[in-house]
Structure formats: C-alpha cells, structure tokens
Design a binder for this molecule. Structure first.
Ligand code: URA
Ligand code: CA
Length: 443
C-alpha cells in the first residue's frame, strides 16, 4: 500500500520525505517493488520534478544502495572530473595526466559508452595491455605513486543507478533533471574524491540541449555535491559540433597524444585548460583560474603531461611505447575520404549525427556481447568556419572495410554538415561557471 501511496503523492506534486524516498529506492533494489510501479514513480518524477532536498535524498539513497570506493589510503586532496557526455570528447585522456603533472591528484572512475556518446574505458582499452579493472588496493598504490589512475566504474558502485537507468531507458524518463543529477552524483560520490569538476554540455550533441536545462542540471548537481561535503564546480560548455577532430577509440587516444605533444585542436586544448584550472583551483594547487590555465598550458609545452600519460599507461600494465609510436594502436583496415558535394563554409556539424555515424562504423557496442572494433572512427578534416571546395575531403572514415556500414556512415556524416555562403565564427565553447558562490558567465 505504501508504494501505491507514494506514487500517488508524487503524481499529485506532494513533496516526499527522506524516508519515503529511501523506501522506494531500497524496495526497488531489493526486488520488493516491481518494475511497473517504479516506472510509474519515475514518470511522476519526470513530470513533477523534485525539490533540492528531495534530489539530495534521492542521491544519498542511491549512493547507499551500493559499495563505495575507499580512497582514504591516498594522500592528499583527490579531484575528479565528470562530463555529461559528448561526441569525440577526448578530454579525460588529456586532462587527467596534465592535472597530475601540475600538482593535482586524480583518482578517476570512468564509464562506458552511453547512447551516442563514447566511453573513456573503451578508449583506454585500445592501448595494448592497458588494464582498467583492478583491486582497490592496487589502484590506491598507483595513484599514490603516479598521482593519477583511471579505472572502470563497476556495476556495484551505486547499484541502484544501473537498474534505474535501464528502466528509465525503456520508459522515456532519461531526460529528467533530478534523475540525471542523482544518477551522476550518486556515482561520483561513491567514487570517493574530495572535489569534483562537472562539465555540463549544452547544444545539439548533449543530453541537455537547451542552456536553461544545462544550468538547472549544473545547479542541482553542485547543490547535491556541496550538500555531501565535497567541493564542486560546474562548467557549462558547448557541444554544438564534436570536440576536437577525432571520434572513436584508438583514434581519440592518438588525438590525446597529439594534444599532449602540443599539436592539439584548439577547442580541445581550451576545454582541457579551463577544466584543469578549476580542478587545480579546488585542490588548492593554484589560487586563480588564470594561474591554473597557464600552468596547464605550460605542462603541454614542456611535455610533462605526455610524460605523465606514459607513466600512467605503464603503471596500469599498458605499452608505454604508444606515446612515441602511436602506430602501435589498433589500425583500421581501410581509410575512406568523404568528399564534399558542394562548396562554401562549414556552418554547422551536427554532433549527434557524427556520433551516430561513428557508431555505425563499429566504434560502439552493437549487441551486449559483441566485441568493439577499437580501430574504427572518424577524423574530421573540416570544422565550423572552415572553407570547403566541392570534391575536397571533409572527413576520413576509419573502417573495417564493411561496404554497407561505410555507405550508411558516409551518408550520415555528409548530412551532419551544413555549408553556407558566409564564414561564421566558431561556436561558443564556454557559457558559465557554477559554484556555491553562484553563477558566473564565461566568455
Ligand atoms: N549520465 C548518467 O550517468 N546518468 C544519466 O542519467 C544521464 C547521463
Ligand atoms: Ca575528439
């Protein structure tokens, strides 16, 4: 009876108590509350939303449903970063070693792909020998030694989230701010870091396409994290076009290595510098954002970040040689140039379509048990603002040679590009910085 009553209360817009929310989450995880009742409850949340207090209580109930990672054996302030997901978002591979090389400590649990977005775990696994599953004690040792470690998030971490996400995915309740915020923050809090920088994407390639929604999501997540005693900063950043030029797995590792060699695409470098500066700031390593940005850029120039990536790869069992010789990464069977059908300037590149095209080529999981081909992906020769001649190559498909998939991906990719007569500015990358002090507009 209580389950029915609580669904009805939520449906009618009545605020639930901490006890009510705990009852629903625990009941669902224990199997006492069936999927159909939980689905109705989620839909009620979708339409009615949740108060800030309810969001915190939901997150805490989800957090308590699973194991937590004990990072207390790591010395110093541990900082994490989370992105709400984008296309070709190579950030973690560049950012984590740079922050460590700049004096921060990064113990990061990282996810697998979600929808059209890629997962850092799959990118890491394209490095020969790289291990992303290890006992907690080993992870603690690595981070104490190298100051950075990247491991796969396990299903037992915030256990409720895995089950809830699957149910949301089947019931059109993914895009609800309280549900996204509690899903992400329950996992981040379970991950055990002292500080978290959130990269909340807005634009066509993002979960929250509208700026207003991204802002609401950012505020909700900052409130949850600060409420749990962590230092949290949220940055709202643009995902109008894919980040950088590479989309895939091995190809993004290559892009990360290039970037740490000082040859990275400007948007990726700028995003890494801004995120890194905020991570160093909340860690107490620098005293201003500008100082942090300069330090990160300095450690790209001096190759200290690249050196750190090599140390990280070696510590986690991978072949460190890849940073000198990226040819050791999985290579595609064929590379196919995609030629432009017209001339003009690139006005838009729909990030969502590029993400889907990359998945079509094989860079994503097709069925649950199908292994991923980590060599496939897309390299964009042209980005917004670039001039294009008819017949010129706008992108390269990295493929296993399957003709059907190549043709479907080519069509999807060509459709992702919009050409126009006038040269536009690059799309905006930074929108706002949200902390417990409030919202600051970024230029
Ligand atoms: N990412 C998550 O981890 N959870 C969501 O609900 C949405 C994005
Ligand atoms: Ca990229």
């Amino acid at each position: 009876m209580r389950t029915y009553e609580l669904i009805k209360r939520k449906r009618d817009g009545i605020e639930l108590s901490r006890d009510d929310i705990g009852y629903m989450i625990n009941g669902f995880v224990n199997g006492d509350i069936p999927d159909y009742q939980m689905a109705a409850f989620l839909m009620a949340i979708y339409f009615r939303g949740m108060s800030p207090r309810e969001c915190i209580d939901l997150t805490m109930a989800m957090l308590q449903s699973g194991v937590k990672v004990d990072l207390s054996g790591i010395r110093g302030f541990k900082v994490d970063k989370h992105s709400t997901g984008g296309v070709g978002d190579t950030t973690t591979l560049v950012l984590a070693p740079l922050v460590a090389a700049s004096g921060g400590i990064v113990a990061k649990m990282t996810g697998r792909e979600l929808g059209h977005t890629g997962g850092t775990v799959d990118k890491l696994l394209s490095i020969p020998g790289m291990n992303v599953d290890m006992p907690e004690e080993r992870f603690v040792q690595i981070v104490n030694h190298v100051h950075v470690g990247l491991i796969a998030q396990t299903a037992t971490l915030a256990h409720a989230d895995k089950q809830l996400y699957a149910l949301r995915n089947a019931t059109a309740t993914i895009d609800s701010i309280p549900l996204i915020a509690s899903s992400i923050m329950s996992k981040k809090l379970a991950g055990g870091s002292d500080g978290i920088v959130l990269d909340i994407k807005t634009g066509v390639g993002a979960f929250t396409q509208q700026y207003e929604d991204a802002l609401k999501l950012a505020r909700t997540m900052v409130d949850i994290g600060e409420g749990a005693g962590k230092k949290v900063v949220g940055l709202i950043t643009g995902m109008e076009q894919p980040l950088g030029k590479a989309i895939g797995n091995a190809i993004e590792v290559q892009e990360a290595i290039d970037t740490l060699n000082g040859k990275g695409p400007a948007d990726l470098v700028d995003l890494v510098a801004e995120l890194g500066a905020n991570m160093l700031l909340i860690s107490g390593v620098v005293s201003s954002r500008d100082e942090g940005i300069n330090l990160i850029k300095h450690n790209i120039e001096t190759k200290r970040g690249l050196e750190k990536l090599g140390e990280l790869i070696e510590a986690q069992g991978g072949d460190r040689e890849v940073i000198e010789n990226p040819g050791l990464l999985p290579q595609p069977r064929v590379k196919i140039e995609v030629e432009s059908a017209g001339s003009g300037y690139v006005e838009k590149i729909n990030a969502l379509d590029v993400g889907v095209a990359s998945k079509i080529l094989g860079a994503g999981v097709k069925t649950k048990d199908d292994p991923i081909d980590r060599s496939t992906g897309i390299y964009l020769n042209k980005k917004v603002g670039d001039a294009v001649e008819k017949g010129e190559s706008i992108a390269v498909l990295y493929s296993d040679g399957d003709k059907g998939r190549i043709n479907t991906a080519r069509t999807r990719l060509l459709n992702a590009y919009t050409l126009g007569p006038a040269q536009l500015d690059e799309p905006r990358l930074f929108y706002a910085r949200i902390s417990r002090e409030g919202v600051e507009e970024l230029k």
